[in-house]
Design a protein around this ligand. Structure first.
Ligand code: CA
Length: 690
């Protein structure tokens, strides 16, 4: 019987492909709304409008997965983070890389067809808190849509990568905005938001006409200065929840990742980001919920009118964004069929809401979290712990700013009924920055962070063993969204791992050590694994061409954590690896990096100068450069060569490494400052193990 169903479903899939040849040209609203009818293709960022990243393709399955081998690989010749989900239609793959590059690839052979480079100014790199990444494209009626790092929304001709139209989404706006997220097309409009809430910006997202590029509507997520009036009535309501002069700091609430769509209800759902600055004491000194920070918003797709909102973290103060992937599903809860929206945001609670009304159905911790005891289902609000707001002293809070879960895609398998979350157990000590002064376009969180555990228990009675020891670790978590419990989890040594793919009855995920792994969706058993030698952060995806199923994973270490850390011997250039049963592809070989040694020469500068250099290092350099641990995609300067040290002026002031993304600081630092920073780096090196 099983076999008959298998053959039947295969027949349906094949016949579907044959009766109608899908291409970017004919992708329209109806096809996107019914993306699950086209299982052989991957038409939109999260696979379908529900963004459940679940594929019913079953040619690769538990019985044959051990024969999964490389079909082809393609070197993208870049060494920054790759977070992109490839799209595939009609045998062609489209994906993005660092600096908003676009690649079109023959999905069967791996041959590069064309590339598009929007030529983002490398000086824009320093405005990106979290690497110069891009998470992907949208496609519709012959066009591909790209959000470029510098704020441009670009429509490309899908057949050759030529620009059809280009809009600057930031016209009239000041500040360090960036786009890293994938645009989505709903109802003939392209939706895009942006990031920047670490640098003092005001969040918003926009809907553009997909054909012409005209701005249709825009929604600001936080109010501006009330004296200037409100752009839309929702902001007047929101302003009642703010105090002080928040608009001077931007306010935050940037919508940099998640957009999903209920095509039947004509509602779009958007996740919003953290406050700017993080510390509410500075941003809104009289308190307040600060709407619509850290919220899930439901809006009418045609008008942009807010239908309901749910704020996950009122009065946000921990960088607890709610931009993490949103997912739609229909669940049987207490005997009733509920249309729900689900999210596992940074704050550590898994939320299930009625997506028609915004009613909170459940919210339970999916990782250890000590900022709140629970979420009260009556009020829909978290019950914060007494120490959570770290007003007078440093306090260790779980989760930290990396979040219990970040942008890495989760998946939902309707057959197992489980949501698969690339989660992490990790804390940070938060304190108030004693000398906060707002500097436009600079890192402005108003928060002092001390990595690692304080060893304090903070009065919580239930602490996991390893958490008590201050360990941080990743975990792939299978979560039952109906019962709100963990069903299985797989512990990972490191905290920064890839998004997930649900295919048939398996879950695929990559990790920080370069392992690409298949798990049994029902019990978490490991079924297959390959080491690809570079840490993996982008999610895998699957597609079918001429009756053969493929699984693809873009590999390229980076992202906010990868900038300063790595867990492989070296970081190889970004590469797409594509697998099939009995694939005959040859694994690429990469040049072995020269072994670097820690610098040993010292500085003759005074301790005062060294300390001043340290302060400047923490303001201008430490966002990207880690000192002491060997670094990630961005070098650890204590391993620089003597030649590099001799070039400090040229690098820091004259910008000779700008092509690599290292900005010039000539407007902000003097030659004397650079000498002090160098002295600080040398002094730090002398205190470390050789
Ligand atoms: Ca943030």
């Amino acid at each position: 019987m099983k076999n008959i169903i298998f053959i039947l479903s295969l027949f349906l899939l094949v016949s579907c492909e044959q009766s109608f040849s899908l291409s970017v040209q004919n992708i329209n609203d109806e096809i996107l709304e019914n993306a699950n009818d086209y299982q052989g293709d991957w038409l939109t960022y999260g696979k379908n409008y529900s963004e459940n990243r679940h594929s019913e393709l079953n040619l690769i399955n538990k019985e044959n997965v051990e024969d999964l081998e490389l079909a082809w690989s393609l070197n993208l010749n870049t060494k920054r983070g790759i977070e992109s989900t490839p799209l595939v239609v009609n045998g062609i793959m489209y994906l993005t890389g660092p600096w908003s590059l676009v690649y079109s690839v023959d999905a069967k052979s791996g041959e590069l067809l064309w590339t598009y480079n929007p030529n983002v100014s490398k000086s824009h790199g320093e405005m990106a808190c979290c690497d110069v990444v891009n998470r992907g494209l949208a496609m519709y009626k012959g066009k591909l849509y790209l959000g470029a790092l510098d704020g441009r929304l670009i429509a490309l001709n899908a057949s050759n990568g030529q620009v059809i139209w280009e809009k600057n989404t930031l016209v009239g706006l000041e500040g360090s905005y960036t786009i890293t997220g994938a645009p989505r097309v709903f109802d003939g409009k392209v939706f895009i938001g942006n990031g920047g809430a670490e640098y003092g910006v005001r969040g918003f997202f926009s809907a553009y006409n997909a054909e012409t590029g005209e701005l249709d509507w825009r929604f600001y997520t936080v109010p501006g200065n009330p004296e200037n009036g409100f752009e839309h009535p929702e902001l007047e309501e929101a302003a009642k929840t703010w105090t002080g002069e928040w608009w001077k700091y931007g306010g935050g609430g940037t919508a940099w990742d998640s957009f999903v769509y209920d095509a039947k209800e004509k509602l779009i759902y958007v996740g919003t980001g953290n406050g700017s600055p993080w510390n509410r004491e500075i941003r809104s000194p009289g308190g307040g919920d600060n709407l619509y920070l850290s919220s899930i918003l439901a809006l009418d797709v045609k008008t942009g009118q807010l239908k309901w909102h749910y704020q996950t973290t009122p009065g946000e103060t921990w960088d607890y964004t709610a931009v993490q992937p949103l997912m739609l599903a229909d669940l049987q809860i207490k005997g009733k069929n509920r249309k729900v929206i689900m999210q596992a945001p940074k704050n550590g609670f898994f939320y299930v809401l009625d997506r028609l009304t915004g009613e909170l159905i459940s919210a339970e911790k999916f990782v250890y979290a000590n900022w709140a005891e629970k979420v009260d289902l009556e009020t829909g609000r978290p019950v914060e712990t007494s120490f959570a707001r770290h007003i007078n002293e440093n306090v260790e809070i779980y989760p930290g700013p990396f979040g219990g879960h970040n942008w890495q895609a989760m998946a939902y398998n309707p057959n197992s009924g489980l949501v698969y979350i690339p989660a992490r157990e990790m804390s940070m000590q938060y304190g108030k920055e004693s000398t906060f002064e707002f500097e436009p376009k600079q890192w402005n969180t108003g928060t002092e962070l001390v990595p690692g555990a304080s060893g304090k228990n903070n009065g919580n009675e239930i602490l996991l063993d390893s958490i008590l020891k201050g360990e941080s670790y990743g975990k792939l978590l299978a979560w039952d969204p109906v019962k709100s419990v963990e069903v299985w989890s797989h512990k990972q040594d490191n905290v920064w791992n890839s998004g997930v793919l649900s295919v048939n009855n398996m879950i695929f995920q990559g990790d920080a050590e370069g392992n690409f792994v298949a798990f049994d969706a029902f019990n978490g058993d490991q079924l297959w694994s390959k080491n690809l030698n570079t840490g993996i952060i982008a999610p895998p995806m699957t597609y079918m061409i001429e009756g053969e199923q493929y699984i693809s994973i873009p590999v390229g270490w980076g992202g906010v954590y990868g900038n300063g850390n790595k867990h492989t011997e070296q970081i190889n250039p970004g590469t797409i690896y594509t697998f099939k049963i009995n694939g005959q592809g040859k694994y690429p070989e990469f040049e072995k990096a020269l072994k670097k040694s820690r610098i040993t020469f010292n500085t003759s500068m005074s301790m005062d100068d060294i300390l001043h250099g340290g302060q400047m290092f923490s303001i201008y350099c430490s966002q990207c450069h880690n000192l002491g641990n060997g670094g990630g995609t961005i070098p650890d300067l204590t391993y620089s060569t003597e030649t590099v040290f001799d070039m400090y002026d040229n690098i820091v002031l004259k910008g000779v490494f700008l092509p690599k993304g290292m900005p010039s600081f000539k407007d902000r630092l003097s030659e004397k400052d650079v000498e002090k920073i160098k002295a600080y780096v040398l002094h730090t090196a002398s205190t470390l193990e050789p």
